[in-house]
Design a protein around this ligand. Structure first.
Ligand code: AMP
Ligand code: MG
Length: 424
């Protein structure tokens, strides 16, 4: 078992651990968020890279420095619809010697006293050194009158003006956003090495869960977390498979967990607290999962567990839907970013100001759901009403997760705080 020795940050957390002590890590108190992050990153090593066609690469993470195969533009091209000319001939009346259209070059040299009709993006023919926009010429029959001089190079996009062959187009370790994909394609890249997409298995646990659409029987609630996790992680660019929810039954749990352990990452919700029916960690232990940590000094989401079996990372998120949401943002998404080789996988906090005073929690870092707005150029964060961890409907009105570090007293309105954007 992976055992970690850390300074406890809170006392009084040793209560009601008895049925877990057989397999709990030897430190039965809370890890700090920073310690938990360090442990997750220690185990979330980048997956092997694979060669991916450019049309399949959207949302992947580059695993190599991608360089231009060609100059861009690949030839001197026109920035305007108009006429390609020799600037020394202007002003004057020029004979139209032909046309250079996009993809259909003129094919010979512009002779003195001649102009070539040209469209945007077409090759500026040999001999010509400027383009006169169509708006600035008076044409009749096969001549054009140009009353003003043109600077050499006017309205000509030089070859390689965007990028030269061999130059860096997309660096290693970035997400292939649409503009980056476009940049790679434009400079002739047909395939590139990307990190393998992690596979993620999502499993909601709890005997009370039924699917929306069914009639609720006594004690039942609608399954929320599996849906939230699957959609959130799919949007994060990983391959998600969602297991049907499983009851709090040791055999059924083991069977479902074993299937989920085939993925690179298994994310469960529910069943990791200290209740009689919280069987997930025990079932995982029986399946050979080594627990790396359990319980972190955060609110909500304290009983979060993290373990490994072989190369599979295993996250046990507490079942209250807001705890699941917070655990996913704080632990699962960072791990997925690390697996894909992103260099800054930890949550990327922004800065904002509290709209109202908030009491700090003496033992745990709190993650408060809030709405962000811009006030006089400053981001102001207004906590939503209803901060309990079962209140997913109230949380769904928030677009921000505000980090209130543990400590004494309160943070006054206007205090600068770190926050994470929600909604992905
Ligand atoms: P647990 O972590 O299993 O003790 O669950 C804590 C609370 O979250 C309980 O009220 C559960 O009913 C609720 N819960 C657990 N899993 C889900 C889920 N998938 N969807 C909605 N609520 C859940
Ligand atoms: Mg439960």
């Amino acid at each position: 078992m992976a055992v970690q020795l850390f300074e406890p940050v809170a006392t009084g957390d040793l209560v009601s651990l008895s049925h877990d002590l057989r397999y709990a890590p030897i430190v039965a108190s809370l890890l700090t968020l920073e310690q938990a992050h360090e442990l997750v990153l220690r185990h979330a090593r980048p997956l092997a890279a694979e060669l991916v066609g450019i049309s399949e690469a959207a949302g992947r993470v580059s695993a190599e420095d991608v360089r231009a195969r060609v100059d861009l533009p690949p030839f001197a091209s026109s920035a305007m619809d108009g006429f390609a000319v020799r600037s020394v001939d202007l002003p004057g009346r020029l004979r139209i010697a032909g046309e250079s259209a996009a993809g259909r070059p003129f094919g010979s040299t512009v002779e003195p006293g001649c102009a070539v009709a040209i469209s945007t993006g077409a090759i500026v023919p040999d001999g010509a050194d400027a383009v006169v926009p169509i708006e600035n010429v008076v044409g009749n029959d096969n001549t054009v009158e140009m009353s003003e001089a043109a600077m050499p190079g006017a309205h000509v996009r030089p070859r390689g003006g965007d990028v030269a062959a061999g130059e860096l187009v997309v660096p290693v370790g970035v997400t292939l956003t649409p503009p980056r994909l476009a940049a790679a394609a434009a400079s002739g890249v047909a395939e590139l090495f990307c990190a393998r997409r992690p596979s993620v298995s999502v499993l909601a646990t709890g005997s009370e869960l039924v699917a929306p659409g069914e009639e609720l029987q006594a004690g039942q609630i609608y399954e929320t977390n599996g849906l939230m996790l699957s959609s959130s992680l799919a949007a994060a660019g990983v391959a998600v498979s969602t297991e049907p929810p499983v009851a709090d039954d040791a055999d059924a749990l083991r069977e479902a967990l074993e299937r989920g352990l085939a993925a690179d990452v298994l994310v469960t919700s529910g069943g990791v607290s200290v209740g009689e029916h919280d069987l997930v960690r025990e079932a995982e232990r029986e399946l050979g999962v080594e627990e790396v940590f359990w319980r972190v000094a955060i609110k909500p989401g304290k009983p979060v567990s993290f373990g490994v079996r072989g190369d599979t990372l295993v996250f046990g998120l507490p079942g209250n839907p807001v705890s699941t949401l917070v655990g996913c943002e704080l632990f699962v998404k960072p791990a997925l970013r690390a697996l894909q080789g992103l260099p800054d996988p930890l949550p990327q906090f922004e800065l904002g100001q509290l709209a109202t005073a908030l009491r700090r929690n003496g033992e745990r870092d709190e993650f408060v759901r809030a709405r962000s707005r811009v006030d006089d150029g400053t981001i102001v964060l207004e906590p939503v009403i209803g901060q309990e961890s079962h209140m997913i409907v109230r949380s769904s009105a928030a677009d921000a997760l505000v980090h209130i570090p543990r400590g004494n007293g309160e943070l006054a309105a206007g205090t600068s705080v770190r926050w994470l954007r929600l909604g992905g």
